[in-house]
Design a binder for this molecule. Sequence first.
Ligand code: URA
Length: 295
Amino acid sequence: MGRLGDRGQRWRNALAHDYARPMVDDHDALSQLAWLVAAGADEAVLEAPVNRLTAQAAKAARPSPMAPPPAPPTTPSLNLPAPAISDPISRAHAAAAGCSDLEALEAALESFDAGALRQAAKSTVFADGIKGAKILCIGEAPGAEEDKVGKPFVGRAGQLLDRMLATIGLSRRHNVYITNVVNWRPPANRVPTPEEAAICLPFLRRHIELVAPELIILLGGTALQYVSGRTEGILRLRGNWLEYFAAGKMVPMMPTLHPAYLLRQPVQKRLVWRDLQEIRDRVRALGLEDPSGGH
Ligand code: URA
Protein backbone atom coordinates (compact mmCIF):
# COMPACT_ATOMS: atom_id res chain seq x y z
CA MET A 1 0.00 0.00 0.00
CA GLY A 2 1.36 3.44 -0.88
CA ARG A 3 1.56 6.39 1.47
CA LEU A 4 -0.85 9.26 1.32
CA GLY A 5 1.00 11.93 -0.73
CA ASP A 6 0.34 15.69 -0.98
CA ARG A 7 -2.44 15.28 -3.52
CA GLY A 8 -3.99 12.55 -1.45
CA GLN A 9 -3.88 14.74 1.59
CA ARG A 10 -5.60 17.60 -0.30
CA TRP A 11 -8.23 15.14 -1.49
CA ARG A 12 -8.77 13.88 2.00
CA ASN A 13 -9.11 17.45 3.35
CA ALA A 14 -11.55 18.33 0.60
CA LEU A 15 -13.60 15.25 1.28
CA ALA A 16 -13.68 16.03 4.95
CA HIS A 17 -14.70 19.60 4.15
CA ASP A 18 -17.23 18.92 1.36
CA TYR A 19 -18.92 16.08 3.10
CA ALA A 20 -19.21 18.03 6.36
CA ARG A 21 -22.68 19.06 5.37
CA PRO A 22 -26.01 18.22 6.94
CA MET A 23 -26.78 15.53 4.31
CA VAL A 24 -23.63 13.51 4.85
CA ASP A 25 -22.33 12.20 8.09
CA ASP A 26 -18.72 13.27 8.61
CA HIS A 27 -17.82 10.05 10.30
CA ASP A 28 -19.30 8.05 7.40
CA ALA A 29 -17.26 9.94 4.81
CA LEU A 30 -14.08 9.52 6.76
CA SER A 31 -14.65 5.84 7.33
CA GLN A 32 -15.30 5.39 3.58
CA LEU A 33 -12.07 7.24 2.84
CA ALA A 34 -10.19 5.12 5.37
CA TRP A 35 -11.59 2.01 3.64
CA LEU A 36 -10.41 3.28 0.24
CA VAL A 37 -6.96 4.11 1.57
CA ALA A 38 -6.73 0.70 3.23
CA ALA A 39 -7.65 -0.83 -0.14
CA GLY A 40 -4.71 1.00 -1.76
CA ALA A 41 -6.64 3.87 -3.39
CA ASP A 42 -4.44 6.51 -1.80
CA GLU A 43 -3.78 8.69 -4.87
CA ALA A 44 -6.15 11.33 -6.24
CA VAL A 45 -6.92 11.08 -9.94
CA LEU A 46 -7.60 14.78 -10.47
CA GLU A 47 -5.62 17.76 -9.23
CA ALA A 48 -8.71 19.36 -7.72
CA PRO A 49 -11.45 17.43 -5.95
CA VAL A 50 -14.87 17.29 -7.60
CA ASN A 51 -17.95 17.03 -5.46
CA ARG A 52 -20.03 14.76 -7.63
CA LEU A 53 -22.97 15.07 -5.29
CA THR A 54 -23.76 18.64 -6.41
CA ALA A 55 -26.03 19.11 -9.43
CA GLN A 56 -23.47 21.20 -11.31
CA ALA A 57 -20.73 18.64 -10.98
CA ALA A 58 -23.11 15.89 -12.11
CA LYS A 59 -24.11 17.96 -15.15
CA ALA A 60 -20.52 18.74 -16.05
CA ALA A 61 -19.71 15.05 -15.92
CA ARG A 62 -22.57 14.17 -18.31
CA PRO A 63 -21.69 14.48 -22.04
CA SER A 64 -23.83 16.95 -23.95
CA PRO A 65 -26.05 15.30 -26.59
CA MET A 66 -24.58 17.75 -29.13
CA ALA A 67 -21.01 16.87 -28.32
CA PRO A 68 -19.27 14.42 -30.63
CA PRO A 69 -18.81 10.96 -29.11
CA PRO A 70 -15.47 10.47 -27.40
CA ALA A 71 -12.83 9.11 -29.73
CA PRO A 72 -12.18 5.40 -29.18
CA PRO A 73 -8.88 4.68 -27.51
CA THR A 74 -6.22 4.25 -30.12
CA THR A 75 -3.72 1.45 -30.05
CA PRO A 76 -0.52 1.80 -31.98
CA SER A 77 -0.60 -0.23 -35.19
CA LEU A 78 2.17 -2.81 -35.35
CA ASN A 79 1.51 -3.58 -39.02
CA LEU A 80 1.68 -7.30 -38.35
CA PRO A 81 0.19 -9.70 -40.93
CA ALA A 82 -2.90 -11.68 -39.79
CA PRO A 83 -1.69 -14.92 -38.23
CA ALA A 84 -1.92 -17.82 -40.68
CA ILE A 85 -4.17 -20.65 -39.51
CA SER A 86 -2.05 -23.68 -40.09
CA ASP A 87 -3.66 -26.57 -38.24
CA PRO A 88 -6.02 -28.45 -40.54
CA ILE A 89 -8.94 -28.61 -38.11
CA SER A 90 -9.02 -24.80 -37.69
CA ARG A 91 -8.64 -24.39 -41.46
CA ALA A 92 -11.55 -26.78 -41.98
CA HIS A 93 -13.71 -24.76 -39.58
CA ALA A 94 -12.89 -21.52 -41.39
CA ALA A 95 -13.41 -23.02 -44.86
CA ALA A 96 -16.73 -24.68 -43.99
CA ALA A 97 -18.13 -21.65 -42.16
CA GLY A 98 -17.64 -19.52 -45.27
CA CYS A 99 -19.91 -21.70 -47.45
CA SER A 100 -23.48 -20.57 -47.95
CA ASP A 101 -24.68 -23.36 -50.23
CA LEU A 102 -23.91 -26.96 -51.15
CA GLU A 103 -22.03 -26.00 -54.33
CA ALA A 104 -19.70 -23.74 -52.35
CA LEU A 105 -19.18 -26.45 -49.74
CA GLU A 106 -18.32 -29.03 -52.38
CA ALA A 107 -15.86 -26.61 -54.00
CA ALA A 108 -14.31 -25.82 -50.60
CA LEU A 109 -13.80 -29.52 -49.92
CA GLU A 110 -12.34 -30.08 -53.39
CA SER A 111 -9.72 -27.44 -52.81
CA PHE A 112 -9.04 -28.28 -49.15
CA ASP A 113 -5.59 -29.53 -48.22
CA ALA A 114 -6.43 -32.41 -45.86
CA GLY A 115 -2.89 -33.79 -45.88
CA ALA A 116 -2.06 -37.47 -46.30
CA LEU A 117 -5.66 -38.70 -46.46
CA ARG A 118 -6.39 -36.40 -49.33
CA GLN A 119 -3.16 -37.20 -51.15
CA ALA A 120 -3.78 -40.95 -51.02
CA ALA A 121 -7.31 -40.67 -52.46
CA LYS A 122 -8.32 -40.30 -56.12
CA SER A 123 -11.53 -38.37 -55.47
CA THR A 124 -13.23 -36.10 -52.99
CA VAL A 125 -16.50 -37.90 -52.32
CA PHE A 126 -19.10 -35.28 -51.45
CA ALA A 127 -22.66 -36.60 -51.70
CA ASP A 128 -25.31 -38.29 -53.79
CA GLY A 129 -29.09 -38.15 -53.96
CA ILE A 130 -31.68 -35.43 -53.97
CA LYS A 131 -30.71 -31.92 -52.91
CA GLY A 132 -33.70 -30.77 -50.91
CA ALA A 133 -34.55 -34.27 -49.65
CA LYS A 134 -35.71 -34.29 -46.04
CA ILE A 135 -34.01 -37.60 -45.24
CA LEU A 136 -30.23 -37.66 -44.85
CA CYS A 137 -28.16 -40.87 -44.64
CA ILE A 138 -24.64 -40.56 -43.23
CA GLY A 139 -22.08 -43.33 -43.70
CA GLU A 140 -18.45 -43.70 -42.70
CA ALA A 141 -16.05 -43.06 -45.57
CA PRO A 142 -15.67 -43.88 -49.25
CA GLY A 143 -14.35 -47.30 -50.24
CA ALA A 144 -12.49 -48.27 -53.39
CA GLU A 145 -15.51 -48.02 -55.72
CA GLU A 146 -16.61 -44.70 -54.27
CA ASP A 147 -13.08 -43.34 -54.62
CA LYS A 148 -13.09 -44.36 -58.30
CA VAL A 149 -16.52 -42.94 -59.11
CA GLY A 150 -16.49 -39.93 -56.73
CA LYS A 151 -19.91 -40.74 -55.18
CA PRO A 152 -20.83 -42.33 -51.86
CA PHE A 153 -22.25 -45.84 -51.56
CA VAL A 154 -21.83 -47.08 -55.12
CA GLY A 155 -20.14 -50.42 -54.28
CA ARG A 156 -21.71 -53.57 -52.86
CA ALA A 157 -22.56 -51.90 -49.55
CA GLY A 158 -24.23 -49.10 -51.51
CA GLN A 159 -26.33 -51.56 -53.48
CA LEU A 160 -27.48 -53.16 -50.25
CA LEU A 161 -28.26 -49.70 -48.83
CA ASP A 162 -30.42 -48.98 -51.88
CA ARG A 163 -32.34 -52.25 -51.31
CA MET A 164 -32.77 -51.49 -47.61
CA LEU A 165 -34.16 -48.03 -48.35
CA ALA A 166 -36.42 -49.37 -51.10
CA THR A 167 -38.21 -51.67 -48.63
CA ILE A 168 -39.62 -48.59 -46.91
CA GLY A 169 -40.25 -46.51 -50.02
CA LEU A 170 -37.06 -44.46 -49.89
CA SER A 171 -34.50 -43.92 -52.65
CA ARG A 172 -31.58 -41.64 -53.44
CA ARG A 173 -33.28 -40.90 -56.77
CA HIS A 174 -36.42 -39.63 -55.13
CA ASN A 175 -36.30 -38.59 -51.49
CA VAL A 176 -32.93 -39.32 -49.84
CA TYR A 177 -29.59 -37.48 -49.72
CA ILE A 178 -26.41 -39.41 -48.80
CA THR A 179 -23.00 -38.39 -47.51
CA ASN A 180 -20.20 -39.70 -45.27
CA VAL A 181 -18.33 -38.57 -42.16
CA VAL A 182 -15.06 -38.58 -44.12
CA ASN A 183 -14.80 -37.39 -47.70
CA TRP A 184 -11.67 -39.21 -48.78
CA ARG A 185 -11.02 -42.94 -48.87
CA PRO A 186 -8.81 -44.06 -45.95
CA PRO A 187 -6.01 -46.26 -47.30
CA ALA A 188 -6.96 -49.96 -47.43
CA ASN A 189 -10.51 -49.06 -46.33
CA ARG A 190 -9.46 -48.77 -42.71
CA VAL A 191 -11.66 -46.97 -40.19
CA PRO A 192 -10.88 -43.22 -40.26
CA THR A 193 -8.66 -42.04 -37.43
CA PRO A 194 -10.12 -39.53 -34.94
CA GLU A 195 -7.90 -36.86 -36.46
CA GLU A 196 -9.14 -37.60 -40.00
CA ALA A 197 -12.71 -37.44 -38.76
CA ALA A 198 -12.02 -34.20 -36.88
CA ILE A 199 -10.72 -32.56 -40.06
CA CYS A 200 -13.86 -33.57 -41.98
CA LEU A 201 -16.36 -32.84 -39.21
CA PRO A 202 -16.63 -29.06 -39.71
CA PHE A 203 -17.55 -29.79 -43.35
CA LEU A 204 -20.05 -32.47 -42.33
CA ARG A 205 -21.70 -30.19 -39.77
CA ARG A 206 -22.04 -27.41 -42.34
CA HIS A 207 -23.25 -30.01 -44.86
CA ILE A 208 -26.03 -31.05 -42.46
CA GLU A 209 -26.99 -27.41 -41.84
CA LEU A 210 -27.21 -26.70 -45.56
CA VAL A 211 -29.22 -29.86 -46.32
CA ALA A 212 -31.50 -29.04 -43.34
CA PRO A 213 -32.85 -32.60 -43.08
CA GLU A 214 -35.90 -33.52 -41.05
CA LEU A 215 -34.69 -37.05 -40.35
CA ILE A 216 -31.17 -38.46 -40.22
CA ILE A 217 -30.15 -42.11 -40.61
CA LEU A 218 -26.72 -42.93 -39.18
CA LEU A 219 -25.14 -45.93 -40.90
CA GLY A 220 -22.74 -47.69 -38.56
CA GLY A 221 -20.62 -46.90 -35.54
CA THR A 222 -18.39 -44.22 -37.09
CA ALA A 223 -21.35 -42.06 -38.10
CA LEU A 224 -22.97 -42.67 -34.70
CA GLN A 225 -19.81 -41.70 -32.84
CA TYR A 226 -18.92 -38.54 -34.73
CA VAL A 227 -22.36 -37.16 -35.52
CA SER A 228 -24.03 -37.84 -32.17
CA GLY A 229 -20.95 -37.66 -29.93
CA ARG A 230 -22.20 -40.76 -28.10
CA THR A 231 -19.60 -43.23 -26.93
CA GLU A 232 -21.79 -46.34 -26.73
CA GLY A 233 -21.37 -48.78 -29.59
CA ILE A 234 -23.71 -49.11 -32.55
CA LEU A 235 -25.06 -52.49 -31.37
CA ARG A 236 -26.11 -50.81 -28.13
CA LEU A 237 -27.70 -47.67 -29.62
CA ARG A 238 -29.14 -48.85 -32.93
CA GLY A 239 -32.89 -48.74 -33.03
CA ASN A 240 -33.05 -45.85 -30.52
CA TRP A 241 -34.11 -42.40 -31.64
CA LEU A 242 -31.50 -39.74 -30.94
CA GLU A 243 -31.63 -36.05 -31.80
CA TYR A 244 -29.38 -33.71 -33.76
CA PHE A 245 -29.62 -29.94 -33.52
CA ALA A 246 -29.51 -28.60 -37.09
CA ALA A 247 -30.62 -25.35 -38.70
CA GLY A 248 -32.32 -24.17 -35.51
CA LYS A 249 -34.25 -27.32 -34.63
CA MET A 250 -33.95 -30.80 -33.21
CA VAL A 251 -33.94 -33.45 -35.90
CA PRO A 252 -34.74 -37.11 -35.10
CA MET A 253 -31.81 -39.36 -35.85
CA MET A 254 -31.85 -43.18 -36.07
CA PRO A 255 -28.61 -45.15 -35.83
CA THR A 256 -28.64 -48.50 -37.59
CA LEU A 257 -26.10 -51.06 -38.73
CA HIS A 258 -23.82 -50.30 -41.64
CA PRO A 259 -24.66 -52.21 -44.85
CA ALA A 260 -21.01 -53.31 -45.17
CA TYR A 261 -21.34 -54.97 -41.74
CA LEU A 262 -24.56 -56.66 -42.91
CA LEU A 263 -22.69 -58.10 -45.91
CA ARG A 264 -20.38 -59.81 -43.41
CA GLN A 265 -23.08 -60.59 -40.83
CA PRO A 266 -26.31 -61.19 -42.79
CA VAL A 267 -28.01 -62.63 -39.72
CA GLN A 268 -28.08 -59.08 -38.28
CA LYS A 269 -30.42 -57.95 -41.07
CA ARG A 270 -33.37 -58.74 -38.81
CA LEU A 271 -32.23 -55.93 -36.46
CA VAL A 272 -31.99 -53.50 -39.35
CA TRP A 273 -35.43 -54.52 -40.54
CA ARG A 274 -36.81 -53.38 -37.16
CA ASP A 275 -34.92 -50.07 -37.44
CA LEU A 276 -36.24 -49.54 -40.96
CA GLN A 277 -39.80 -50.03 -39.80
CA GLU A 278 -39.24 -47.41 -37.09
CA ILE A 279 -37.86 -45.06 -39.73
CA ARG A 280 -40.78 -45.77 -42.09
CA ASP A 281 -43.31 -44.92 -39.37
CA ARG A 282 -41.55 -41.67 -38.49
CA VAL A 283 -41.20 -40.71 -42.16
CA ARG A 284 -44.94 -41.20 -42.61
CA ALA A 285 -45.79 -39.34 -39.41
CA LEU A 286 -43.68 -36.39 -40.52
CA GLY A 287 -44.82 -36.57 -44.16
CA LEU A 288 -41.27 -36.75 -45.50
CA GLU A 289 -41.72 -39.17 -48.42
CA ASP A 290 -42.03 -36.32 -50.89
CA PRO A 291 -38.96 -34.04 -50.96
CA SER A 292 -41.10 -31.11 -52.10
CA GLY A 293 -43.17 -31.51 -48.92
CA GLY A 294 -46.26 -32.16 -51.04
CA HIS A 295 -46.10 -28.69 -52.71
N1 URA B 1 -19.18 -47.19 -46.85
C1 URA B 1 -19.44 -45.95 -46.42
O1 URA B 1 -19.55 -45.72 -45.22
N2 URA B 1 -19.57 -45.00 -47.29
C2 URA B 1 -19.50 -45.20 -48.58
O2 URA B 1 -19.64 -44.26 -49.32
C3 URA B 1 -19.26 -46.50 -49.03
C4 URA B 1 -19.10 -47.49 -48.15
